[in-house]
Design a protein around this ligand. Structure first.
Ligand SMILES: [Zn+2]
Length: 392
């Protein structure tokens, strides 16, 4: 009897696995926020080959069934238009070197044809409105180069939009709160050009100002739910509902520090516990990164248990789906942008784990297909569509 039960349960799990991998292959899988370009430029690694570290390369992406990657073109407040262009040049060079695996696209129909050819479609997301240096002509120039979305602010505010960080920690010294008149002009021009307005990192006042005037669906390219962790980078329920009301989508961030309210405490304890050893090793090697690598290797079990549970990421997704429906939720991993991701999600090869977890939660196939990427394709089409602009 035991044997029969074992055989039955084995068959059920094989069947479930078959359903999961079939569904994952059928879906267009999209990640709307990957930070590999910063690393690639700094260290010159070849992401066309399997890399021992980091979260992204084109080999592991294929294994994970990742069809579309939006590459973040990012700098802190010190970088501007020239740096954005240099990063886009690098991305173009990368795509030329690996044309058998990656092609950059600008539209949904190009995306669909590249995905059909079994290669990855790459897109450009500019993270930080400061990179247009308050100039509409720079916005237009980046749009012409294929900028899919622009995150209005990074942690720093721009002269025309306040960021979540500044609205939370520097509110009293802000020159303006929300969008200025120039900010409103920039949103209008982004809507006309079909550049998706990205509200990740953006302050609550700015978010509300954008929601009042946008004529196209907006996004949050890498933001999780505030309900589970009251962090300024996470979105409150009202914000999630507001984004969904435009027809927009929230793409959930995988960073343990945003998902899990207990993470920062555990991380602080880890740093304190190993501070002396790290200082000693740094002295020995005259290299902090080498010392850090050794600490990470030595205490990898400890680090593993600090990572957010996979089920917590699924809770964030599930909360948003219950709030606004599966048409308004997606994945924006923020890989290579942080130091910790949920257990079982080491890198881009692990995307099937999410499909599996959603099936186990009882999600219907059509809802999973929406979350994995169909919502992004719809958002892209809606933004590129020429609509009669709201007269106001
Ligand atoms: Zn970011």
């Amino acid at each position: 009897m035991k044997k029969i039960l074992l055989a039955v349960s084995l068959l059920t799990s094989i069947h479930a696995f078959g359903q999961s991998s079939k569904l994952h292959k059928k879906a267009v899988v999209v990640d709307t926020h990957g930070d590999i370009m910063s690393d690639q430029i700094r260290s010159g690694i070849d992401v066309g080959k399997r890399q021992p570290g980091g979260n992204f390369d084109l080999v592991r992406a294929r294994e994970g069934g990742l069809d579309v990657q939006v590459f973040s073109i990012w700098s802190d407040a010190s970088g501007g238009f020239a740096l954005a262009n240099r990063q886009i040049d690098s991305l173009n060079a990368l795509a030329r070197r690996h044309a058998d695996k990656l092609q950059l696209v600008k539209t949904a129909s190009e995306l669909e044809s590249v995905v059909r050819s079994k290669r990855m479609a790459g897109m450009i997301g500019v993270e930080g409105g400061h990179m247009i240096e308050s100039r509409i002509d720079y916005l237009e120039a980046l749009a012409a180069r294929g900028m899919t979305y622009m995150t209005l602010t990074w942690n720093n505010s721009t002269p025309w939009a306040s960021s979540a960080y500044d609205e939370t920690f520097k509110r009293d010294s802000l020159k303006h709160l929300g969008l200025t008149d120039l900010g409103k002009k920039i949103i209008k021009r982004m809507n006309e050009l079909g550049v998706i307005v990205d509200l990740s990192h953006v302050g609550e006042t700015t978010v509300n100002d954008v929601l009042k005037i946008t004529t196209k669906p907006v996004m949050a390219s890498h933001s999780s739910a505030y309900k589970f962790n009251a962090h300024q980078r996470n979105l409150k329920d009202e914000q999630i509902k507001g984004i969904a009301r435009t027809g927009g989508v929230v793409f959930v961030n995988f960073y343990s520090g945003f998902l899990d309210s207990t993470y920062s405490g555990k991380q602080a304890k880890f740093i304190a516990d190993h501070k002396a050893e790290l200082a000693e090793l740094t002295k020995k090697y005259s290299s902090r990164s080498k010392a850090q690598n050794e600490i990470n290797e030595k205490y990898k079990q400890e680090i593993y248990y600090m990572r957010a549970p996979l089920e917590l990421l699924i809770d964030h997704i599930d909360h948003m789906v219950k709030l606004v429906g599966s048409e308004h939720v997606g994945l924006g991993a923020d890989y290579d942008g942080a130091e910790s991701y949920p257990q079982h999600l080491d890198d881009v090869s692990n995307y099937p784990v999410i499909t599996d977890a959603l099936l186990k939660r009882g999600y219907a196939e059509k809802d999973i297909i929406n979350i994995l990427g169909a919502n992004f394709v719809r958002l892209l089409k809606a933004n590129k569509a020429v609509t009669s602009l709201r007269s106001q």
